[in-house]
Design a protein around this ligand. Structure first.
Ligand SMILES: Cc1ncc(COP(=O)(O)O)c(C=O)c1O
Length: 473
């Protein structure tokens, strides 16, 4: 075979092919079984060694699409597991342009548009969430890297309070950084602490019950006992099993009284700020020192996108700066985003964030959030009406935590039955809601954040659980 290097002449065929295939996909995504039945086999079909000669662009894409018979259609309306958002039409279009333009907003000179739109997008997001415009921030790959960024700022602050620049000198010689939170602290925060050299088990979880609700009195005792020693408090705005919130305002009171750093992980829950019906849940968030959220969840932009906001913007640059003669001047007048967050070269995520906010505005996003609040209440009502279903938690936001519970079953057998229903539901494919453990019980916790979700999709969750439950009883 003759060699097949990239050729600009292929682009016309590639664009036509991809546009037609994307259209076919998007026209059918609402009707497909959520995981393709052959998902595992299709994934496994991509094997073999690196070919010496290529097949050309369209043929390679064709192979990818055929293997794409192995997709899980989480972009569609019936995927309720994890907290996976969809992609708005504006975000999808902007994301295609982002790849087409291939800009690198790590350095301003490489893309003034990408660099500037990151400032604009972050400003709009602060407005959306009610955070002060004076705060710093950055777009990240997701909530985990946003937590990493924010907690790196917390670590710097904590070191400086003890006269140590940890970003220059490291952590050697310092005591362990005290970190507190409720039982709701997300594993992404502990992962970030691990990556920061602070240790995965750094967080003291102060909970009043097996669910994980914060023991506020214990938090006060711990902070008081530390005296002048600075500490970090992690608040969870939106817990993943039932969508509950830590009491942010009360935690902000304690953080202010005892001089602690308050970090709020609001990966999806920060969007409660968008509606008057849920805003009370994030009351006090503007008094935190750092706040994060995800873009690929409730903002409905494609993977990957998250945001970190930091009250003291001056903390970012000394942590993330980097220098070499060919790189930008870190002290230059324009933001060098590659020196304000963990990645140097980076995707121009601002195009997508800006485009979707420009397309739908505050009212469009309020409508998305309120639709999910309504869907969650609708699902809760359906669960409550069914004698064989048991709701396990109040519905605070967009998650409904429940299980199948026919009469006469012991707890052990209930766990086994619900696990079986959960596993079979994934194979069944009509709707995807996954499983969790809540208060020691195997449970379902569908979370609605995709703009495509409809009432009939959440009804299907109830129908499928009842049908499979009756089959396995
Ligand atoms: C509260 C919370 N924090 C952090 C994360 C991690 O987000 P990502 O997967 O975008 O890194 C999640 C993901 O579900 C989350 O719900």
């Amino acid at each position: 075979m003759s060699p097949t290097p990239p050729d600009a002449d292929e682009l016309e065929a590639v664009i036509a092919f991809v546009a037609a295939e994307a259209r076919k996909y998007l026209d059918t995504v609402e009707d497909r079984p959520v995981p393709d039945r052959q998902a595992e086999d299709a994934a496994a079909s991509f094997e073999g060694t690196l070919p010496e000669d290529g097949v050309g662009a369209v043929a390679a894409l064709q192979e990818l699409i055929e293997g794409g018979g192995g997709l899980v259609h989480s972009a569609g309306p019936r995927f309720f597991h994890f907290v996976n958002g969809g992609t708005t039409p504006a975000a999808l279009g902007a994301d295609w342009l982002t790849s087409t333009w291939d800009q690198n907003p790590g350095a301003w000179v490489a893309t003034p548009l990408g660099g500037h739109l990151e400032s604009v997008a972050l400003g709009w997001l602060k407005e959306l969430f009610g955070l002060p415009q004076s705060w710093g921030g950055i777009l990240t790959t997701g909530a985990t890297m946003a937590n990493f960024t924010a907690l790196a700022c917390a670590r710097r602050w904590w070191g400086l309070r003890q006269g140590v620049d940890v970003d220059v000198e490291g952590l050697g010689g310092l005591p362990r950084m005290p970190v507190f939170g409720s039982g709701y602290v997300h594993p992404s925060d502990t992962k970030a602490l691990a990556m920061l050299g602070l240790g995965r088990d750094a967080v003291r979880k102060l909970a009043v019950d097996g669910i994980g609700r914060l023991d506020l009195a214990a938090l006060e005792r711990e902070l008081e006992a530390l005296g002048e020693t600075p500490a970090i408090v992690i608040a969870s705005a939106g817990e993943v099993n039932a969508g509950d919130f830590d009491p942010l305002a009360a935690m902000a009171d304690l953080a202010e009284r005892y001089g602690a750093w308050l970090h709020v992980d609001g990966a999806f829950g920060l969007f409660a700020a968008l509606s008057g019906r849920s805003r009370h849940l994030v009351e006090g968030v503007e008094r935190a020192d750092s706040v994060i959220a995800d873009g690929h969840k409730w903002l409905n932009v494609p993977y990957d996108c998250g945001f970190a906001f930091v009250k003291d913007a001056a903390l970012q640059a000394p942590i993330f700066t980097s220098g070499a003669a060919y790189l930008p001047d870190p002290l230059g007048p324009k933001p060098t985003w590659g020196f304000l967050g963990p990645e140097m070269s980076r995707r121009a995520r601002a195009f997508t964030v800006w485009a979707t906010l420009r397309a739908y505005g505050q009212s469009g996003y309020r409508a998305i959030v309120e639709k999910h609040l309504d869907l969650a209440q609708h699902l809760a009502r359906r669960v409550d009406e069914e004698p064989n279903l048991e709701r396990l938690a109040d519905v605070t936001l967009n998650i409904v935590c429940f299980r199948y519970r026919p009469p006469g079953y012991s707890e052990d057998r209930l766990d086994e039955l619900n696990r079986r229903i959960g596993e079979e539901a994934i194979l069944d494919g009509r709707v995807f809601f996954g499983m969790t453990e809540y208060d020691g019980k195997v449970a379902f916790r569908p979370a609605a954040v995709n703009w495509r979700n409809r009432p009939e999709d959440v009804d299907l969750i109830v129908d499928v659980v009842l049908e499979l439950g009756a089959r396995f009883r």
